[in-house]
Each structure stands twice: as structure tokens, then as C-alpha cells.
Design a binder for this molecule. Structure first.
Ligand code: MG
Length: 307
């Protein structure tokens, strides 16, 4: 992008930028892998950044894996990663409910998945709702379905068993006084290879928000919570931190929201044309989605990381 705010990262500039940071945050899908296919050179980049003394973390909106599951997937792909370095929304949602909502020892209604149930259990939070919520009979008294009196919050993440019954149950809980409402993330569509796509968690969350006529707190990108909890645990200096991602509306916006340097990699969802359109829009909100730098792939960082 000539004459633009966003510069291609390479050569001397690459070395300068890497020297100016001591923490690097990576989104996962579209950045270090695509589905189950590792991005060529990604493991070398991560491992060499660590050898060079940088701290590396992974920040992902995908709620279908626990920290342990992510660390195992990464180890298989050749990344040297500890589970404490992984901040997924299943984990972040659990610590938000524990630390911010003070729900340790309490119960939530979960529209979610087994990974979320596991992270909740690890945080000392009980849940009801995981798995299918089948209906029986023809005559259902929807407004009077049985509810658990101990439920203190409705929590929404990715749920392949999402249904009218679950939507209705969430509404019945949220109508009650003092029921908190938390979502993992707002990604509305997950693009796949060959122009294919599937609905993201944002669709489920919006359905519940529409029914309940209220907005959920979300923990995933671009919400600051994910970065703030990581920064607090590890003492990250935001001025010496680089956020690397493939989506302008989540990864790059998170970086801008938190005052980090931002790097777009072109192996995933967003294109340089998308960044250019935001930059030319004249809209302050959209300009937050323009990255500082871009690369074709994170493998482009390797020349500055040779031993
Ligand atoms: Mg991504």
C-alpha cells in the first residue's frame, strides 16, 4: 500500500520492529495454521522468537478447545508451547466468570461445548445445559420450561446443539432478575477454503441477545479482556508488544484498542484491499482496523530470526 499507514514488513524495518518488542501475540487460525494444516515455517518462527528471548502468546476466539487441547495440537505441529501461553475464549470466559462476575462455586446456564464445560469446572464453576436439549411431546409450555433456581448467568459460546429450546431457556433465565449474560465472541462467519463458510458463534449470541433484548459482555477479540488478563498475569508492557493476526475486525482492532503494534498476515481472512478500504473510509472506528504492518505469511519473519 503505497503512501499508506500500513507498511510491508521486511529487511531493516523487520529487524527494527522485532527489536522494539519483547512480547508477540499470535492469533491461530489463518496465522499459524489453517484448520489442521500448519502454515509453512510457522513453528520455526514461534520457536526462534522464544530462543531470541521474546515472550509468545496465542490469543484465539475459538471456544471449542481447552488450553490443554491447544497445547497438544501445537506440540503435534512442532511448536514449543506451554498451555499457560494459550488464551482461548473457553479459558478466558471461565476466568471472566470467576474473577469479574465472582461466580466461583456458583452455577451458569451454558450454551456451549465440552471444552467450555471443562474450563468452567477448572475454574470451580458449575454448569447446566451442555449437550443437546431435546424436546419431548407436541405441547410445550415454552414460557414455563423448568429452570434451575441456582443459575446466576447465561454463557454463550460455540454450540453445535444450539436450538429453539436452548434459545428459549436462555431467555427465561435472562428475564429473571440478577442473571448475568456473557458471550465468548462475536465472529459471525467462519470462512473456509474455496469460498465456503459456516456460521460463527456471533450468530448464536445475537439470537440470544435479540430474544433477551440485552447485550452480552464478551471476552474474545476485539474486547480488551483477553489482552488485559494476559498482561496482568505476565506483566506485559503494551508499548513493547506486537499483535499478529489475519482478521482486521478482531485481531487488528484488539491490537489498536489495547495500544499494541499490529501486523496483518495475508494467509487468512482479510486482504490488503480490506485494509485499504478501512484506511480510505475517513471513519475513525474503521481506521482502528488498519494494521501498522503486513506480511504475506509469518514465515516472512524468519530472515530476522536466523541463528
Ligand atoms: Mg484468525
Amino acid at each position: 500500500m503505497s503512501g499508506s499507514k500500513c507498511s510491508k514488513l521486511g529487511g531493516i524495518l523487520l529487524k527494527q520492529v522485532l527489536d522494539s518488542v519483547d512480547t508477540v501475540l499470535f492469533d491461530c487460525d489463518g496465522v499459524i495454521w489453517r484448520g489442521d494444516q500448519v502454515i509453512s515455517g510457522a513453528a520455526d518462527v514461534i520457536n526462534r522468537l522464544k530462543e531470541a528471548g521474546k515472550r509468545v502468546f496465542f490469543v484465539t476466539n475459538n471456544s471449542t478447545k481447552t488450553r490443554t487441547m491447544y497445547a497438544e495440537k501445537m506440540a503435534k505441529m512442532g511448536f514449543k508451547v506451554a498451555e499457560e501461553e494459550v488464551f482461548g475464549t473457553a479459558y478466558c470466559c471461565a476466568i471472566y466468570l470467576k474473577n469479574v462476575c465472582q461466580l466461583q462455586g456458583k452455577k451458569v446456564y451454558l450454551i456451549g461445548n465440552p471444552a467450555m464445560a471443562q474450563e468452567l469446572a477448572a475454574a470451580g464453576i458449575q454448569q447446566t445445559g451442555e449437550g443437546p436439549d431435546l424436546i419431548c411431546g407436541q405441547q410445550i409450555d415454552w414460557a414455563n420450561v423448568p429452570l434451575d433456581p441456582d443459575v446466576k448467568a447465561v454463557v454463550v459460546g460455540f454450540d453445535q446443539h444450539f436450538s429453539y429450546m436452548k434459545l428459549n431457556r436462555a431467555l427465561q433465565y435472562l428475564i429473571r432478575q440478577d442473571c448475568m449474560f456473557v458471550g465468548t465472541n462475536r465472529d459471525s462467519r467462519l470462512p473456509l477454503e474455496g469460498g465456503k463458510a459456516v456460521p460463527g458463534t456471533g450468530c448464536l449470541l445475537q439470537a440470544v441477545e435479540t430474544a433477551a433484548q440485552q447485550k452480552a459482555q464478551t471476552v474474545g477479540k476485539p474486547s480488551k479482556f483477553m489482552f488485559e488478563s494476559l498482561a496482568l498475569q505476565f506483566g506485559v508492557d503494551r508499548e513493547r508488544c506486537l499483535m499478529v493476526g489475519d482478521r482486521l475486525d478482531t485481531d487488528i482492532l484488539l491490537g489498536s484498542n489495547c495500544g499494541l503494534k499490529t501486523l496483518l498476515t495475508l494467509t487468512g481472512v482479510s486482504t490488503l484491499a480490506d485494509a485499504e478500504a478501512h484506511e480510505k473510509s475517513g471513519c475513525t472506528e474503521r481506521q482502528k482496523m488498519v494494521p501498522d504492518y503486513y506480511v504475506d505469511s509469518i514465515a516472512d519473519l524468519l530472515p530476522a530470526l536466523q541463528a
